[in-house]
Design a protein around this ligand. Structure first.
Ligand code: APR
Ligand code: PHB
Length: 392
């Protein structure tokens, strides 16, 4: 005897949790099936730059209270190159827009707490999760839990299970087209309880490689160094990390750097990836299950949010009015925004990282583009309106 729900959601990350919360508030039943434990998920360190649309959606989900209390509003970033820092003034260039700095782990925690309070079910540590029969109107989500095979009969399955999930993998290859670019480097990230080196984020183009100075709060900093994709955190003792970061920073910024013991250190590969379409009958993909961006533009979480904005609307319309229009246009609407964020993330990555194979000419092209960018209101406006988030 199995369970029954209206929308079965695979994955308890930001996409699955935000979708679950928005549907719950519209009176639609969901069950989330997640392969990891709650603690494992909350142990993940991920970027925390929220576009205003993402903040609005978290508010719509009724989960914005701590975000507004603890989040930091930033109205610009610095680009650093050739020993100089240049501020991109988002507020001035976009009619007052900015971004909110609030760790993705905190977003996930707030959404998990809301789901618990709503008494909406999440099945953690599920194994062998498998979506089936989504080509007809009665899909079934199969999974193993505590050694017992279980099934959930549902109307729709939302594949919110990330890049390595099962949803995309369960679609026959002839029905899906993927577009991919792997970058020849990774990001070595370090988290430390030290005050940030600057009030806003600093993106550095340096001949030794890219660096990023970010933060989680006024007392917790997040730094990244471009490294070879094959490097491992253990190759970088804290002191080695700090010394390399200092080399890539301009003198004044390096002098202000407060160092301390790493509480987390990891290497992440950089990849651009899009799967088309995002709907397969009654299976709909959202978030990293459908697309991946290099973290340079801080778009990963924000694209998961815009997918969920379109998908939740489509499902609510279906249940409220019987209209299929939102479901029929979901993939095209979501992908239109995904591709613009893919372009922006690829562009920021191409502009700021060291690409050995493009040689001295390629390096000069980067420096010329950066020099042009910081001297042109039009060019800075283009960066600013993409960074704060294009309209849904
Ligand atoms: N069955 C059930 N759950 C699964 C499976 C599976 N086969 N495979 C993966 N999952 C779970 C993962 O454990 C994870 O909790 O799906 C969830 C996917 O969450 P994310 O990877 O965070 O993806 P998403 O919710 O789309 O959020 C995208 O997260 O990874 C970052 O940079 C990314 O900021 C972006 C955001
Ligand atoms: C982060 O704080 O982890 C972060 C910020 C901005 C990015 C990427 C990561 O572009």
């Amino acid at each position: 005897m199995g369970k029954r729900t209206q929308v079965a959601i695979i994955g308890s990350g930001p996409a699955g949790l935000l979708l679950g919360q928005l549907l719950h508030r519209a009176g639609i039943d969901t069950i989330i099936v997640e392969r990891r434990s709650r603690d494992y998920i909350l142990g993940r360190i991920r970027a925390g730059v929220l576009e205003q649309g993402t903040v609005a959606l978290i508010d719509e989900a009724g989960c914005g209270e701590r975000l507004h209390r603890e989040g930091l509003i930033h109205t610009g970033i610095d680009l650093a190159f050739a020993g100089e820092r240049h501020r991109i003034d988002f507020a001035n260039l976009t009619g007052g827009k900015g971004v909110t700095i609030y760790g993705q782990t905190e977003v996930t925690r707030d959404l998990m707490d809301a789901r618990l309070a709503a008494d909406a079910p999440t099945i953690y540590e599920a194994e062998r999760v498998w979506p089936a029969d989504f080509d007809c109107s009665k899909p079934v989500l199969h999974y193993l839990h505590e050694g017992t095979e279980r099934r959930i009969a549902c109307d729709f399955i939302a594949g919110c299970d990330g890049f390595h999930g099962v949803s995309r993998a369960s679609v026959s290859e002839d029905k899906i087209t993927v577009f991919e670019r792997a970058y020849p480097f990774g990001w070595l990230g370090l988290l430390a309880d030290v005050p940030p080196v600057s009030d806003e984020l600093v993106y550095v183009n340096h001949e030794r490689g890219f660096a990023l100075c970010s933060m989680r709060s006024r007392t917790r900093s997040r730094y990244y160094l471009q490294c070879h994709a094959s490097e491992r955190p253990e190759d970088w003792p804290d002191e080695t990390f700090w010394a390399e970061l200092r080399r890539r920073l301009d003198e004044a910024t390096a002098a202000r750097l407060t160092t301390g013991a790493a509480i987390e250190k990891s290497v992440a590969p950089l990849r651009s990836f899009v799967a088309e379409p995002m709907r397969f009958g009654r299976l709909l993909l959202a978030g990293d299950a459908a697309h991946i961006v290099p973290p340079t533009g801080a778009k990963g979480l924000n694209l998961a949010a815009s997918d969920v904005h379109y998908l939740s609307q489509a499902l609510i319309d279906h249940y409220r009015t019987g209209s299929e229009k939102g479901l029929e246009t979901y993939s095209a609407r979501a992908l239109a925004r995904v591709w613009k964020a893919e372009r922006f993330s690829w562009w920021m990555t191409s502009l700021l990282h060291r690409f050995p194979d493009t040689g001295p000419f390629g390096r000069r092209m980067q420096l010329a583009e950066l020099d042009y960018l910081v001297g042109s209101r039009a060019a800075m406006t283009a960066l600013a309106e993409n960074y704060v988030g294009l309209p849904y």
